[in-house]
Ligand binder design. Structure first.
Ligand code: PTJ
Length: 244
């Protein structure tokens, strides 16, 4: 039992949920390693939503609200950590949900479908392929990711992010590592923990949804490369301040 008074309660609970997901068979063992990398970067931003992430979250909401066929891509880690938030966001927009796994097995797919029971999810059967992607992440659905105009990806690998951008889709990536290939390739990079990012994107969808002018403004004012540069400056400054 982890007491609520523990100074690292939230972080320990996230780990606990991922380990449970792993034991239940839908989080890949590699997902635990990927989470460790994310945690390290979360330390660097102070385990909170920094202003540049907030700006990217607002821009993400604007792109998603403007989209004709937005899709939220789900993998093992996101199913374990933000299933409820994904469902909430998909209803507000509305957006389709598609399961897309790097370490794809029928067993893991079925378990994730079961976790989303009662909600329409794509990805159990695939009928299209993303050009240039040889691994399982390339398998997708015609009515989902394949024909989408805006895709929200979390804990993504750089290959698919690039392939989706090459397909002229707007790629929104949530990734704590501002230097990952995904972060540098996406159209909107949210350097924040998925546990905070999804809530914030949903919050901005609720704020912006009836305000076309503000949606256009949020998109116009957003410069992804400039924002990543600001994240890197923020981290450097923070490290300087922490020196003794
Ligand atoms: O469930 P599957 O089979 O699709 O596999 C999923 C994993 C995560 C194993 C797969 O996508 C993978 O290997 O991802 P990578 O290439 O390790 O990339 C994960 C990225 O997400 C890294 O840059 C991490 O820093 C970042 N990350 C990890 N945890 C979080 C995170 N970003 C935001 N929030 C997190 N909680």
């Amino acid at each position: 039992m982890i007491p609520k008074s523990h100074p690292r309660y939230e972080s320990l609970m996230i780990r606990k949920n991922l380990v449970k997901g792993f034991k239940d068979g839908f989080v890949a063992p590699e997902g635990l390693i990927a989470h460790g990398r994310g945690e390290a970067f979360d330390y660097l931003v102070g385990e909170k939503t920094i202003p540049m992430a907030e700006k990217a979250e607002k821009a993400s909401a604007a792109y998603l609200l403007k989209a004709k066929n937005p899709v939220i891509s789900v993998n093992g880690n996101t199913a374990a950590l933000v299933r409820d938030e994904i469902i909430k966001l998909s209803r507000i927009l509305p957006a389709k949900i598609e399961i897309n796994l790097f370490h794809r097995t029928d067993e893991r797919i079925n378990k994730i479908v079961e976790m989303f029971k009662g909600v329409d999810v794509l990805g159990e059967k695939t009928d299209a392929k993303i050009a240039g992607i040889e691994h399982h992440r390339g398998l997708c659905c015609k009515e989902g990711i394949f024909s989408s105009d805006v895709v929200l990806v979390m804990l993504e690998d750089g290959d698919r992010a690039k392939a989706l951008v090459d397909m002229k889709k707007t790629v929104i990536a949530v990734d704590l590592n501002p230097l990952s290939r995904t972060s540098l390739t996406a159209n909107v990079t949210v350097v924040d923990n998925i546990t905070r990012a999804l809530k914030n994107i949903t919050k901005y969808c609720e704020i912006l949804r009836n305000n076309k002018a503000e949606i256009d403004e949020a998109i116009k004012n957003f410069d992804n490369r400039g924002n990543i540069d600001e994240v890197l400056k923020y981290i450097s400054k923070r490290l300087e301040e922490l020196k003794w």
